[in-house]
Design a protein around this ligand. Structure first.
Ligand SMILES: [Zn+2]
Ligand SMILES: [Zn+2]
Length: 104
């Protein structure tokens, strides 16, 4: 039994690989989030702050990666492949759930 499950059938134990799956199905590679604004990391040499184009800033690179993932996930969780991708395992970190999932 894998630890992380997606509603499309994808299942894996490694959280990073699961995040990679979500990036794969949602990221349009143009750095434009679902809010229509560009999101990409702005590198600050000699700084521990990781900042996004939109103004989001954090000292934790994992938090920035989560931010970059969340901004490309549409409210209806519809992936670029036309299938819905919703984490369906309750052990999945809550931050990966979209706040307003579409009605089934
Ligand atoms: Zn951003
Ligand atoms: Zn999926």
């Amino acid at each position: 039994m894998s630890q992380f499950h997606c509603s499309c059938g994808f299942a894996i134990d490694d959280p990073e690989s699961f995040a990679d799956h979500l990036v794969w199905v949602f990221d349009r590679n143009d750095d434009i989030g679902t809010d229509g604004h560009p999101h990409a990391e702005i590198t600050h040499p000699n700084s521990s702050t990781h900042q996004c184009h939109c103004g989001y800033a954090t000292t934790d690179p994992v938090d920035l990666n989560d931010h970059l993932l969340l901004v490309v996930i549409p409210p209806d969780n519809m992936g670029l492949d036309g299938a819905r991708h919703v984490p369906i395992d309750p052990t999945t970190p809550s931050r990966w759930y979209v706040s307003r999932p579409a009605d089934n």
